[in-house]
Design a protein around this ligand. Structure first.
Ligand SMILES: [Zn+2]
Ligand SMILES: [Zn+2]
Length: 344
């Protein structure tokens, strides 16, 4: 199989190697789709607890090729997706049910080989079967959608809320579709790129804002009738964090979802948080939400074809990674079947 391998920070090579062999509790997938995510750029730079060499890729779907002898819940040929985040089960956070805060968290595509390859091995308990009406391409979105659903849980999202989303990249667009189909009364999205604003409108945003050409906070407040009940920051920059706090209605909630740099600092007026009874919450990965993400896909709450902008073969992973950071990309995916077929 072809595999995209990171051997050290910023050192990528495309290997030809044998597919991994399965242990008694493993599943081997023939990869159909693996999404390129912002996290992959961080992994490429050697951030997070990456273990080199590694095949990155944690948003994986495929069909089961082989199962270990103890595996009973999926069979060869089944369409599946992977929950990449593996908790230890014995630390105090796991014991308290907060598995995403596990002290010994490992992840497929971070510190064990992931999905930017022809085949991917995963522990069987991390593998979820896809229903018939969810395509393999859509199945690769189960993980990022599961992260979004956990964020919406943390923010206590409810139907009838007005929602402001900062950032119209892949995650902002997924949040948009989820809150829209989840009964938001109004959804406003702020994004500097014209193509992403147009996409947001096509996906049901009631109003879009260009934060570079308008007084952003004023425009956001006006568009939401004084401020949003829920503001979702999907950029991860100090400036947008500050905008998020300033654009939230009294009694409202700010969800910090974008991944900031570890050294970033944002300025917030504590007086405003006090006076307006703001709730500011963080959200990390996907504890117990991946099945719900699959249900959301089955119910048609999210259409991946609207946001996939580029598809690459495994051999094009370097280009895919670069493209994912470019202006015209929204979501870039890798599909091993494209190895012979070329790309689009
Ligand atoms: Zn991701
Ligand atoms: Zn643990």
């Amino acid at each position: 199989m072809k595999a995209a391998v990171l051997t050290a920070p910023r050192a990528l090579q495309i290997d030809d190697r044998a597919a991994p062999s399965v242990g008694p509790d493993d599943v081997l997938l023939r990869v159909h789709t693996c999404g390129v995510c912002g996290t992959d750029s961080h992994i490429f730079q050697g951030e997070f607890l990456v273990k080199f060499p590694v095949v990155p890729g944690h948003e994986v779907s495929g069909s089961v090729e082989e199962v270990g002898e103890n595996v009973t819940h999926v069979r060869p040929g089944d369409p599946v997706t992977v929950d990449p985040n593996i908790h230890c089960g014995v630390c105090r956070f796991c014991r308290a049910g907060k598995i995403n805060l596990c002290e010994n968290l490992t992840a497929v595509g971070v510190n064990r080989d992931g999905g930017f390859a022809g085949y991917c091995r995963a522990p069987a308990k991390q593998v979820l079967k896809l229903p018939e009406n969810v395509s393999l391409e859509a199945g690769a979105f189960a993980e990022p959608l599961a992260c979004c659903l956990h964020g919406l849980d943390r923010a206590r999202f409810e139907p009838g809320m007005s929602v402001l989303i900062l950032g119209g990249g892949s995650i902002g667009q997924q949040m948009l579709q989820l809150v829209k189909t989840g009964g938001a009364r109004q959804v406003v999205l702020s994004e500097p790129m014209e193509n992403r604003r147009q996409l947001a409108l096509a996906c049901g945003a009631d109003h879009v804002i260009d934060p570079l050409h308008e007084n952003a906070i004023k425009a956001m407040r006006e568009a939401t009738g004084g401020g949003a009940d829920l503001t979702i920051e999907c950029v991860g920059r100090p400036q947008t964090v500050e905008q998020a706090v300033k654009s939230t209605l009294r009694g409202g909630t700010v969800l910090l979802f974008g991944v900031s740099g570890p050294e970033d600092l944002a300025k917030i007026h504590p007086y405003e948080v006090f006076l307006h009874e703001l709730t500011i919450v963080g959200s990390f990965i996907n504890p117990f939400t991946q099945s719900r993400a699959i249900e959301a896909l089955a119910a048609g709450r999210f259409d991946p074809s609207k946001i996939i902008s580029h598809r690459y073969p495994v051999a094009g992973f370097g280009e895919a990674l670069e493209q994912s950071r470019s202006r015209d990309a929204v979501k870039v995916v890798v599909q091993p079947a494209k190895e012979e077929a070329g790309r689009d």
